[in-house]
Ligand binder design. Structure first.
Ligand code: IVH
Length: 689
């Protein structure tokens, strides 16, 4: 009896712990799914992700009562985002693959399926490289390309047909020589970005000061889902490799190998490394061979896929929720190493964002010596609890700056016993470049230096100030900004308006005429409007729409500068983050001084014209919020909406009628969904107008 109670008690508390962990893991995995599949911006490596998923699967297997139908172990990927692509169902679900991490797990897989099939003799497998790209389904009707979908959540994908058709290795027409093409063929494969093209595209991006792609997989997935301003070079650099035929297989087929051969004969590229392997030993040798050849391949692969060759046996084995029982991905070990954090430095980016960087004891990983790893932001440091002196596991994947996977806690504990001190790290309160007070807005992960004249940001801020939507200074391009700052002629924004032609003539390749032109453009730019001034200041979150809203409300700069965050938040269309951002910007002493100086140097504006709504327009009475990159400057789109009687607000509330989402829509998209606000693409907006 006593035992019984004790056991029951133990089981209860244990179960509560397990339940908590299952919930925790589910939340965490869903977050990583969204980062990976929807934002193409993974925070962790595959190995770390797999470890989370496996831990969850193991807990669910031991406690089936905790398995929920919506568990991440039961689904593939993440639901597609309403980015503007139409969605469509896959004809048969696009499944994922179960993983084996080492030889034992491969052997266990082989034994498991042989037991299920009741076979003593060895199985024949097809070994293929596990391509690290983006899975897609191509549908052909009567041999003609009909539709192409991303994997999405496995059931529904995004229709990216138009983009797929730009990929040179995707045939528009299946080439059959001896028979008619099948009425319907569903071909599965991976869209990959070959490494030479990946390096070329990234070199171009660095040149244009764009964030390089983290790895070929993200670059491929992102390229495939381009919706506006489509970069054809990116699309045409992609390649499609076929690895399965879900429908349309010739009846005579009995093996996966035949399917690959047929795909090749139909005009598809099939991984040339694929092989028939006999038994688990053959599969192991194939894996070893691939690992050896990995660095010579022109596409990134992250393991081997082993598929039971006989289709009948595949059918007998069937599938579980996320993956078929007849195939397994035998993953390569991640490129990881262990080292020590010697210090944490802070870099200030061009936009004022402070990025902590771990200084590491140099270590070789994935063929290069690594001595720095980005720590992203304060949240990331807190989440992983990284402190100076810690031993850490780092990982390099693709072209990514190395990441710290985790700390080795046991090592810290041991050192603590020896009397070492490990202090929690906090990002500095003073900008390491200009010593201005740094800020972090509620709900944001970035810590920033808000100082307009911070040398780290000056060039960027000057370019922004000269931009089309801002003061529109003709002739003040990137090169010139560079020269002005490097020569010391401009060391704060307002210095621009002190420039004299004689001084400018001293710059390289600057003739008297260009110098006079620049001085004239600056003079012209001084007479401007209040919204343009607000845009020119580059206040985080204040773009064209918000600048207009603030200008309409305050009519002049003085009242805005002295308004508190809560006063600003009371304005219709202004949310709390923006309000705080504006208030904090003007609280900064250096920014106020800079504004005063701009005004004393002649920057001036007339009071804004009140905007009169057009009660007759097609959008009369409707309110809109804009997000993401749109095909025209925000100001222009706003004008179109207003001309049709609509109102454009800066932030979403329950009362907003529509969210217009461009490319890279950010957090507003989710918020709109949460508030059940209708989401429009630009074309939908045009249609409404
Ligand atoms: S077969 C039902 N073969 O890996 C079988 N998938 O982790 C599922 N992948 O969604 C696909 N190389 O996008 C297969 N040779 C290969 C593959 C491959 C890469 C991808 C595919 C899949 C994911 C599963």
């Amino acid at each position: 009896m006593g035992f019984f109670f004790r056991d029951a008690y133990l089981a209860d508390s244990e179960l509560a712990d397990v339940e908590r962990r299952v919930a925790e893991l589910s939340v965490e995995i869903r977050r990583h799914n969204a980062l990976y599949y929807q934002q193409d911006q993974p925070e962790i490596g595959d190995a770390e992700y797999d470890a989370l998923l496996r831990e969850l699967a193991a807990l669910e297997a031991a406690h089936p009562e905790l398995l929920r139908p919506d568990s991440p172990t039961q689904r593939v990927g993440a639901p597609v985002l309403a980015t503007g692509f139409k969605t469509a169902p896959h004809r048969t679900p696009m499944l994922s693959l179960d993983n084996a991490m080492d030889a034992d797990e491969l052997r266990a897989f082989d034994q498991r399926i042989r037991r299920m099939l009741g076979r003593d003799e060895e199985l024949e497998y097809v070994g293929e490289p596990k391509l690290d790209g983006s899975g897609v389904e191509l549908v052909y009707r009567e041999g003609r390309f009909h539709q192409g979908l991303t994997r999405g959540d496995g059931r529904m994908g995004e229709d990216v047909s138009a983009n797929l058709l730009e990929i040179p290795s995707i045939p528009r027409q299946i080439e059959t020589s001896d028979s008619a093409p099948p009425e319907l063929a569903s071909i599965r494969g991976e869209v990959v970005l070959p490494l030479p093209a990946f390096h070329r595209l990234n070199a171009g991006r660095r040149e244009r000061e764009l964030e390089p792609f983290a790895n070929p997989r993200n670059a491929a997935a992102g390229s495939l889902r381009q919706i506006h301003d489509i970069d054809l070079e990116r699309l045409r650099s992609l390649e499609f490799r076929a690895y399965a035929m879900a429908e349309g297989r010739p009846e005579s087929h009995t093996t996966q190998w035949e399917a690959l051969e047929t795909l090749r004969s139909w005009g598809f590229a099939v991984s040339p490394e694929s092989q028939v392997c006999s038994g688990v030993e053959g599969a192991s040798s194939f894996y070893a061979l691939l690992m050896e050849r990995r660095s010579d391949l022109d596409v990134e692969i992250d393991g081997a896929v082993l598929k039971v060759n006989l289709l009948d046996l595949q059918e007998d084995l069937g599938s579980v929720a996320r993956s078929p029982r007849w195939a397994i991905a035998y993953k390569f070990p991640p490129e990881q190493a262990t080292t020590r954090v010697e210090g944490i430095d802070v870099q200030v980016g061009r936009t004022g964002a402070l990025t902590p960087v771990a200084k590491l004891e140099p270590v070789r990983v994935g063929g290069v010596t690594v001595s720095n790893a980005t720590l992203h932001n304060q949240d990331e440091i807190d989440r992983k609890d990284i402190r100076v002196g810690d031993t850490v596991v780092i990982q390099r994947a693709g072209d990514v700056i190395p990441q710290i996977v985790r700390i080795v806690l046991a090592d810290r504990e041991q050192q603590l016993e020896g009397g070492s001190v490990f202090e929690r790290y906090r990002l500095p309160e003073a900008c390491p470049i200009c010593e201005g007070t740094t800020i972090r807005l509620d709900g944001e992960s970035v810590t920033r230096c808000p100082n307009l004249d911070c040398p780290a940001q000056l060039k960027n801020n000057l370019r922004h100030l000269a931009g089309r939507d801002a003061l529109d200074v003709d002739g003040l391009g990137e090169k010139l900004v560079e020269q002005l700052v490097e020569s010391g002629l401009v060391s704060r924004l307002s210095d621009l308006f002190t420039l004299q032609a004689e001084a400018l003539e001293g710059l390289e390749r600057m003739g008297a005429k260009s110098a006079a032109n620049l001085v004239a453009s600056l003079e012209k730019a001084k007479s401007t409007t209040l919204p343009r001034v607000l845009i020119a200041l580059g206040i985080p979150h204040v773009g064209a729409t918000m600048a207009e809203v603030l200008a309409q409300h305050f009519l002049d700069l003085e009242p805005l500068m002295s308004a508190s965050a809560s006063e600003i938040e009371n304005i219709e269309g202004v949310g709390p983050t923006i309000a705080e951002s504006v208030a904090r910007f003007f609280e900064d002493r250096a920014n106020r001084d800079e504004l005063k100086r701009l005004v004393s140097l002649g920057v001036q504006w007339a009071p804004p014209e009140p905007s009169a709504p057009n009660p007759e327009g097609s959008l009369a009475g409707k309110s809109f919020v804009l997000t993401g990159t749109l095909s025209a400057p925000r100001g222009e789109i706003k004008q179109r909406i207003e001309a049709a009687g609509g109102k454009v607000l800066g932030s979403l509330s329950k009362k907003t009628d529509y969210l217009v989402a461009g490319e890279k829509p950010g957090g507003k998209l989710q918020k709109a969904r949460d508030l059940e606000i209708e989401i429009l693409g630009e074309e939908d907006l045009e249609a409404l107008i």
